[in-house]
Design a binder for this molecule. Structure first.
Ligand SMILES: Cc1cc2nc3c(=O)[nH]c(=O)nc-3n(C[C@H](O)[C@H](O)[C@H](O)COP(=O)(O)OP(=O)(O)OC[C@H]3O[C@@H](n4cnc5c(N)ncnc54)[C@H](O)[C@@H]3O)c2cc1C
Length: 372
């Protein structure tokens, strides 16, 4: 049986482990921490097809969405095809949503334009003062708190899957017997194939391989509210999201006018998804310049609450928890970064703010290159 060695217990590494195990490889899965605590557990859990750039990126997202649907039926990860609503709070924002609903690939993305009454009929909790919404039926969500452990529980049903936490890879080498990684104590794991999925850990032994790669780190601020006390099926975005998602780059975004001062300063949009316990994960800000600040700033949360209060038509529940997170993002036209560093050995990272969305399709592209 051929051996696949996976480094990194985040969503990119775990999806590699899953697709390799299902293909028939004996999989050894290494993770530095006791349990993963990086971007993959700090995110919204959004599978966000609506914002992807037309062409290869959208195709990859649609393939990923198919894979999520089937993986979600096999593993306890809280997958739901809930769709999303991007809310227009002004007539000008609504005009841009009308343009989005008329895009050539609108049907492929599952776009439908809704006025306010139609939106409220779908989501009675959104009873606020707004013009309408763009529904996207291909968007979906998972529960970040369940995701990685749920996938590993499923992986444990494969007798040849081995999970090894608290193993920090410090070095890599290739010889005629395969690909090998070692830790500080000289312990070694080997595989015929190797995928190193270390997220935003670009330094250490990876520096040699990633030095020339078009990568940057991005820091985000996030929060969770107390339970809403009502059910919210769809994920929700505000029209600031149109400025960030490349799907909308050719629309008349100048109609949106300048962003509010705080939203512009923190490069923000409202994204919101209700968790299984009724709380809402909200965000996000974007910080691109390193070194990042270590602080959590209050102003962005005040802004998010103002926008939410307007959309919900009432005071939304208080914020109970705050955190930040860092992801690795490709800065070129490469959708993500994959580098073959030796025969059968790949470094895979840089999926950016779409890394959760694309993860099963990214892993599929790696594992397709491995033969049994
Ligand atoms: C706040 C936030 C919100 C986001 N929201 C979304 C969203 O809703 N939808 C979406 O599609 N994307 C979202 N993203 C992006 C997405 O979360 C990331 O692209 C994705 O999680 C990256 O997965 P990863 O496995 O590459 O990295 P990580 O989750 O960082 O995992 C890498 C793992 O590798 C381990 N590791 C590192 N170095 C070593 C080593 N030397 N040896 C062993 N193990 C090692 C780390 O401990 C870590 O567990 C968000 C990101 C953030 C930060």
């Amino acid at each position: 049986m051929k051996r696949a060695l996976i480094v990194g217990g985040g969503i990119i590494g775990t999806m590699h482990a899953l697709l390799a195990a299902e293909k028939g490889f004996a999989v050894t899965h290494l993770e530095r921490d006791m349990k993963p605590q990086s971007a993959s557990v700090r995110n919204f859990g959004l599978v966000w097809v609506s914002g992807r750039l037309a062409g290869a990126e959208l195709d990859l997202a649609i393939r990923a969405r198919e894979l999520w649907g089937s993986i979600g039926s096999r593993a306890e990860i809280g997958f739901r095809a809930n769709g999303s609503l991007t809310i227009a709070q002004s007539d000008d924002e609504f005009t841009v949503l009308q343009e989005a609903a008329a895009m050539a690939d609108a049907e492929l993305r599952g776009f439908h334009l809704l006025d306010r009454n139609q939106t409220i009929a779908l989501e009675p909790a959104l009873a606020g003062n707004y013009r309408g919404a763009l529904q996207c039926t291909t968007d979906a969500a998972v529960e970040p708190a369940l995701l990685l452990a749920g996938l590993r529980d499923y992986l444990q049903t494969f007798p040849e899957y081995t999970w090894v936490p608290e193993f920090e890879v410090l070095d890599f080498y290739h010889d005629e017997s395969g690909n090998h990684v070692t830790d500080i104590a000289g312990r070694k794991y080997s595989g015929d194939y190797l995928a190193i999925c270390a997220g935003a850990a670009h330094k250490g032994f990876l520096e040699d391989y990633l030095e020339a790669a078009p990568l940057r780190k991005v820091r985000l601020q996030m929060a969770a509210t107390a339970p809403l006390g009502a059910k919210l099926g769809h994920s929700v975005a505000d029209a600031d999201s149109l400025r960030y998602y490349p799907a909308f780059k050719d629309l008349s975004l100048d109609r949106l006018g300048p962003q509010s001062e705080i939203a512009a300063q923190y490069k923000m949009q409202l994204l919101l998804v209700q968790r299984n316990d009724g709380s809402m994960t909200i965000g996000d800000t974007h910080e691109y310049a390193e070194p990042f600040t270590h602080e959590i700033h209050e102003a962005p949360y005040d802004h998010l609450r103002t926008v939410m209060n307007n959309i919900f038509g009432r005071e939304v529940p208080r914020i109970e928890r705050r955190w930040d997170g860092v992801y690795s993002q490709s800065t070129s036209e490469e959708i993500y970064i994959r580098r073959e560093i030796a025969p059968g050995a790949h470094v895979v990272t840089g999926g950016g703010g779409r890394g959760n969305t694309l993860s099963p399709a990214i892993a599929e592209e790696t594992v397709q290159q491995w033969s049994l």
